[in-house]
Design a protein around this ligand. Structure first.
Ligand code: LLP
Length: 427
C-alpha cells in the first residue's frame, strides 16, 4: 500500500506528489504521512484479527483528529493514556466505548472524565488504582469495565526477551508472588468495577513471537486460577502492542496475519488445556500501524567533512522532531530525494540544529559526496514516536504533519509558529 516511488529520472513522489513540490508548499522540516498506507495497515490488522478479536491503535505513537477519523472508518478501536489523548479522541468523534484508557498514574480528574464519558475499558495498573477507580465509579453511580495489567516476567526489548526482568519497572502488577491474583480478588469484590479481563504489554519494537507466547501462556494460567478460586471465567485478554517495524534493512517484521495466528493458536491451545472457553483477544499496535507510513523531510544546511572520520550533515530539524536516536540509539536510514546523483557515497552523520552534540538524527549513513546545502533528504519510518515525542527544545517550532493521498496533500497538524510559543509565555 506504500505509495512512495522513485522514477527512473530520480523524481521521488509520495501519494502521487513530487517531494520537491511538497517541500515548496509545506516547508521543511515536515512529516509526510501516506494516508492510504495508514488505512491499509489498519485494515490488515482488523482483517487479520477478525470478528472475534479487537484491535486498539495505540495513540501514543501518533494521534490527531484525522487519525481518529481514519481509525473509525477502518473499524479500529483506540488506546489512550492521558486526558489529552482522550480529549483528541472524543473531539474527533470516537465513541467512548471504543476507547481503552491506560497509564500507571491516571489522575483523579482523568479517571472521573473517563468514567463519566463511559470509556470501554480502564486498564488498572496498581492496587491504589483499583480502589480509586472503584470509588470514583461508585460515586458517579456507574460500574466501570476494567482490565488488570499484569507483568508476566517477560520483558521484550528489540530482538531478545529477558525472563524475570519484570520486578524492576513501574508498570502493572506482578503475577509473581500472587500479586495479580490478589488484584483480581480485590477488583471482583468492588461494586464499582466490572472486571472483564487481564492485560499484558511486554515491550516495544519486538520481532520474536516467543515473548508474546510466554506472556499469553501466563495470562491464561491466571485466568484458570481465577476460575478455580472464584468460579468466574474472565472473558477478555489483551496482549498489548510492541510489534516491530523495519527501520533498516536488517529488521524483519512479522505481518499482522502471522501475529494474529500465533497469538490465536497459543491462546486457544492453552485455554483448551486449562478447560477454559477461549477469551476475546485484543492487541494494541501503535508503531506497526503508523511507523512506516511517514517520513521526515529536511533541508541540508551545512556540511562539515572531518578528515578521516565522517562528514557531518546538519539539517533544519533534529532531536526536537526525532528524539529516538538520542534516546534509544535508534537506527534510521536517509536518502537524497530532491535530485539524483552519481557521485561516490560518503559516510555521513545527519545531525540537527540543537545545542547538543547528542543531537543526532541518523548516526551512520551514506549520502552522495556531492551533497550540497539546499538538497532535500528524507528519513523514512518516522510515523511513530517522532511527532508525538517532539519538543520545543531551543524554542524549536514543531513541524507539521501533512497527509498525502491520491495526488492531494493536506496539513493535519499545522506547523507551530512563534506566536504559539509566545502565547504560552505569559510572564
Ligand atoms: N500498549 C501499551 C500498554 C503500551 O505501553 C504501548 C507502548 C503500546 C501498546 C504500543 O506499543 P507499540 O506497538 O507502538 O510498540 N517511545 C518508544 C516506545 C514506547 C512505547 C510505550 N508503550 C519508542 O519511540 O520506541
Amino acid at each position: 500500500a506504500r505509495t512512495v516511488t522513485r522514477d527512473e529520472d530520480g523524481t521521488v513522489t509520495v501519494g502521487g506528489i513530487e517531494v520537491t513540490r511538497l517541500a515548496e508548499e509545506f516547508g521543511t522540516p515536515a512529516y509526510f504521512l501516506d494516508e492510504s498506507d495508514f488505512r491499509a495497515r489498519c485494515r490488515a490488522w482488523a482483517d487479520a484479527f477478525g470478528r472475534d478479536a479487537d484491535v486498539f491503535y495505540a495513540g501514543k505513537a501518533f494521534l490527531s483528529r484525522a487519525v481518529v477519523r481514519w481509525l473509525q472508518e477502518e473499524g479500529l478501536n483506540l488506546d489512550v493514556c492521558s486526558g489529552g489523548e482522550l480529549t483528541t479522541a472524543l473531539d474527533a468523534g470516537m465513541p467512548a466505548e471504543r476507547i481503552a484508557f491506560h497509564g500507571n498514574n491516571k489522575t483523579v480528574a482523568e479517571i472521573e472524565r473517563a468514567v463519566t464519558v463511559g470509556v470501554g475499558r480502564i486498564v488498572l495498573d496498581s492496587f491504589q488504582e483499583i480502589a480509586r477507580v472503584a470509588h470514583i465509579a461508585q460515586r458517579l453511580g456507574k460500574r466501570q469495565r476494567v482490565q488488570i495489567r499484569v507483568t508476566v516476567g517477560v520483558e521484550a526489548h528489540t530482538h531478545e526477551f529477558i525472563a524475570t526482568a519484570h520486578e524492576d519497572q513501574k508498570f502493572g502488577i506482578a503475577l509473581a508472588g500472587g500479586q495479580a491474583a490478589e488484584a483480581v480478588r480485590r477488583a471482583l469484590a468492588l461494586d464499582g468495577l466490572e472486571l472483564t479481563g487481564i492485560h499484558s504489554h511486554i515491550g516495544s519494537q519486538i520481532f520474536d513471537m516467543a515473548g508474546f507466547e510466554v506472556s499469553a501462556r501466563r495470562v491464561v494460567q491466571l485466568l484458570a486460577e481465577v476460575r478455580d478460586e472464584h468460579g468466574v471465567e474472565l472473558p477478555e485478554i489483551d496482549l498489548g502492542g510492541g510489534l516491530g517495524i523495519a527501520y533498516t534493512s536488517e529488521d524483519d517484521p512479522r505481518e499482522p496475519h502471522e501475529i494474529a495466528k500465533a497469538l490465536g493458536d497459543i491462546v486457544t491451545r492453552e485455554c483448551e488445556a486449562a478447560g477454559l472457553a477461549t477469551p476475546r483477544i485484543s492487541v494494541e499496535p501503535g508503531r506497526a500501524i503508523v511507523g512506516p507510513t511517514a517520513f521526515t523531510l529536511y533541508e541540508v544546511g551545512t556540511i562539515k567533512p572531518l578528515e578521516g572520520l565522517r562528514t557531518y550533515v546538519s539539517v533544519d530539524g533534529g532531536m526536537s522532531d526525532n528524539i529516538r536516536t538520542a534516546l534509544y540509539d535508534a537506527e534510521y536510514t536517509v536518502a537524497l530525494v530532491s535530485r539524483t546523483s552519481d557521485a561516490e557515497p560518503m559516510l555521513v552523520r545527519v545531525v540537527g540544529k540543537h545545542c547538543e552534540s547528542g543531537d543526532i538524527v541518523v548516526k551512520d549513513a551514506f549520502l552522495p559526496s556531492d551533497l550540497a546545502p539546499g538538497d532535500l533528504i528524507a528519513v523514512p519510518a518516522t510515523g511513530a514516536y517522532c511527532r508525538s515525542m517532539a519538543s520545543n527544545y531551543n524554542h524549536a517550532l514543531r513541524p507539521p504533519v501533512v497527509a498525502v493521498r491520491d495526488g492531494g496533500a493536506r496539513v493535519i497538524v499545522r506547523r507551530e509558529t512563534e506566536e504559539d510559543l509566545l502565547r504560552l509565555d505569559v510572564g
